[in-house]
Ligand binder design. Sequence first.
Ligand SMILES: Cc1ncc(COP(=O)(O)O)c(C=O)c1O
Length: 415
Amino acid sequence: MRANLSKLIQEQFKTPSPIRQIMKMAERQNIINLGLDPEELISFGGGWVNHFTPESYRKSYLEICDDKELFHSSGGYSTTIGELECRRQICNFEKELFNVRLSKDNVIIGLGSTQLMHDLFITISDPGDSIMLLDPTYPNYFGQIKFTLRNSKTIFLEGLDKESWTFIPDLAKTIEDFQDLYQARNPKIILLVSPDNPTGQIIPQELVEAIMDIIDKKNTFLIIDFAYKSQYFEEPPEYFSWSPSDHSQLIAMHSNSKWGRGLGRRLGWVEADETVINGLVSTQQCNILCPDTLHQMAFAKYVESSLRDNSLKKYIEESRIKYKKAAEITCDAIDQYLKMRTLRPQGGLYTVTDVGKDSDLFVTDVLKNTGVLLVPGKGFGPSLKNGVRISYGPLVENTEKITEGIKRIGDYLSH
Ligand SMILES: Cc1ncc(COP(=O)(O)O)c(C=O)c1O
């Protein structure tokens, strides 16, 4: 074939994501080629949750599919902004869990936060604008920035201090660094994740407040990616309750993937000022036309019934405790068997561990010799060159595998 793919894609092919490469290495056939038993593979690689969706949520799908008229409705286009009833129930969900005072006009629904972030970048910034991220951060953003805002510049604010292996050890200094970078580089977007991927830390209230003060009435948005909002292990900070009516430059990105184990049932939403919501409607119109109707109907049905019988909070609480326990088991095993520095998660599914050498080589060596998969840190930002991300999310229902996997690595390293 003589016809070329776009230059953008050709460039992407030349710089494949290190995470995707390692996940490929862990594919069944490759594990067999390495002389290992795929059944014995223990993976700390996956960025997903593995607890069960509430039964009543599953039943809301059954009820829709079992009713001829409802099922017929679920096959219709939704409005581009999302169904009114679903947006109303999102407001109720946020009020019940985090005391957010939200209006349906400040909510737009999409096909998960990945699509919404892509459309949000297009909606609020222009090619060439700068974007500030914490180092390290969620690696998918780098590709999304390239795809949506060609030639945009990425600015890193230090999150993980490599020397002490602590997260934001000196808040005053981080705020000062932020102020300096902001003045020098004038970013259009500041993007934080809380609880964070990959560090498992909750961004401190004081930092978020300082950022909001510094960018107040300037041409900048702060996006907080709340993909892991329900997986907090300590008292959640105050900004978990902030609403767009109080903070018009704050955009909260939400996902249905993690709290309800609906990763493949694509649904997410954005909470923002109406101007941003209206802009996103225009972008979504061209991109996805409308969010998935069946998932919106099932979500609305579940939230309505789980608020009525008081089961929503109980479910969130129970799953939250599971992840907290899995995080503790992971860190205890790292302390006992690896004796490496690791961050104690305050939420989410991950910790980052200092392996003291190039993490690409470390991860490949460990996989070949133990059948345990870790994720090398380089793809998350420069601070994690000698670090790995360990995800306990997929093993939340099999925590004995967490200890077994870490012990296997410890046994190998000590030989
Ligand atoms: C920080 C962060 N944002 C977004 C996503 C993807 O979310 P969604 O499934 O809603 O696209 C992930 C997935 O791992 C994530 O870690």
